[in-house]
Design a protein around this ligand. Structure first.
Ligand SMILES: Cc1ncc(COP(=O)(O)O)c(C=O)c1O
Length: 382
């Protein structure tokens, strides 16, 4: 069965004489037991923090999406990544993290993990099998994100996983960009695939949520145990919203990926743009790798403008009428940010020139192009 069909039918309520199409939302912190003897049974859910039927339904949907054995749901994408990381490492361990990772994950590793006595070393996202050279006796985890945040380097995930397996090292990837639709890391042997479900799955820019999908039962047990110890919990209303987003995910994703490639292709030809960075565009340095491992694109890409002042970049963004100025992506509305103030790279290929990230929503692609064209016309280069 194709994913479009699955997403309409999976994780629906059990059929009765009449059945609502969608799950009821059970709002409960307290669950009442019929008798005292049952209070300490391990085979029943005894407290609101442990979720409800709709939590199970959403977890099942993510298992189907990426062929995972178990999914843990978190109140944000960042929590999904950080708690999944914590479940795999302990004091004295060494972690390898891609230099292209989402900034707050980098901060978590470099600062919080360090405070626990866990050292993180950055690696060039294009390192491939040469990652072996950075492995130490104490290396326990390799963290990937492909394509990388803001700069969109595509990683050779199969090569990195091969090295990790040979050296008995766990692997984790932030797979937010592909929504699990255009890339399946677990099928390449990655141990945990994390998503900021806040993005495509919410789809309407009104819910925070994250998930960690595990490849094996042993890994899933570690994630669930750590999440439980740290008091992880997410409201059923938010879980309901993410499951609703699942139903329309593929349709929205297809339109958004089409728009993003259309805009990138057009922008790449504009005289005030030095290049675009979109893995699905032929000009991308990792395009062949992307074609080998991915089946589609995403809704975000970056454009490098020809040299101009920061003030001109701000004015260019402020003039856009259809692109909101905001940090997320995957929602129905288009967004745009100036990346330069947050672009910190130590081990990656250098990026020069003002870097602007576009996140495409569901607006008509010609309207979006015209909006950018109008603002670009007024941009004054150095
Ligand atoms: C690649 C990536 N990973 C993780 C996150 C964090 O997700 P959340 O905002 O749900 O905490 C984001 C958010 O922008 C992201 O872009």
């Amino acid at each position: 069965m194709k994913k479009e069909t699955q997403f309409s039918h999976i994780s629906r309520p059990r059929i009765g004489i009449t059945t609502p199409v969608n799950h009821n939302i059970t709002k409960a912190s307290t669950l009442l037991f019929n008798n005292s003897k049952d209070l300490y049974r391990s085979d029943v859910r005894g407290y609101g923090r442990h979720g409800s039927e709709i939590h199970d339904a959403l977890a099942h949907a993510f298992n189907v999406l990426e062929d995972g054995v178990a999914t843990t749901i978190f109140p944000s994408g960042l929590a999904a990544c950080t708690i999944a990381i914590l479940s795999l490492v302990k004091t004295g361990d060494h972690v390898l993290l891609t230099d292209s990772s989402y900034g707050p994950i980098k901060n978590f590793c470099m600062q919080f993990l360090l405070s626990l006595g866990i050292e993180t070393e950055l690696y060039n996202p294009r390192i491939g099998c040469d990652i072996e050279k950075q492995i130490k006796k104490s290396t326990k985890l390799i963290i990937m994100e492909s394509p990388g945040s803001l700069s969109f380097e595509v990683q050779d995930v199969p090569a990195i996983v091969k090295v990790a397996k040979k050296n008995n090292i766990f692997t984790l990837i932030d797979n937010t960009w592909s929504a699990g639709l255009s890339f399946n890391p677990l099928n390449h042997g990655v141990d945990i695939s994390c998503h900021a479900a806040t993005k495509y799955f919410g789809g309407h820019s009104d819910i925070m949520c994250g998930v960690a999908i595990s490849r094996t039962k042993e890994i899933a047990k570690k994630v669930k145990k750590t999440a439980k110890n740290l008091g992880n919990s997410i409201s059923p209303d938010d879980v309901y919203g993410i499951l609703r987003g699942f139903r329309t995910l593929i349709t929205r994703f297809k339109q958004q990926e089409e728009t993003s490639l259309y805009l990138a292709t057009w922008l790449n030809k504009q005289s005030k743009v030095s290049r675009v960075i979109h893995p699905a565009h032929v000009s991308h340095p990792d395009h062949e790798l992307w074609k080998r491992d991915f089946t589609g694109g995403g809704c975000i890409f970056s454009a490098v403008l020809k040299p101009c002042s920061e003030n001109e970049v701000d004015k260019f963004i402020d003039r856009l009428e259809l692109f909101g100025i905001g940090f997320s992506y995957g929602g129905y509305e288009s967004l745009c940010i100036n990346c330069d103030p947050q672009l910190v790279r130590e081990k990656s290929d250098k990026l020069s020139g003002p870097l602007i990230r576009f996140a495409c929503g569901l607006e008509n692609l010609e309207d979006l192009k015209n909006d950018i064209e109008k603002s670009l016309l007024k941009l004054r280069l150095d």
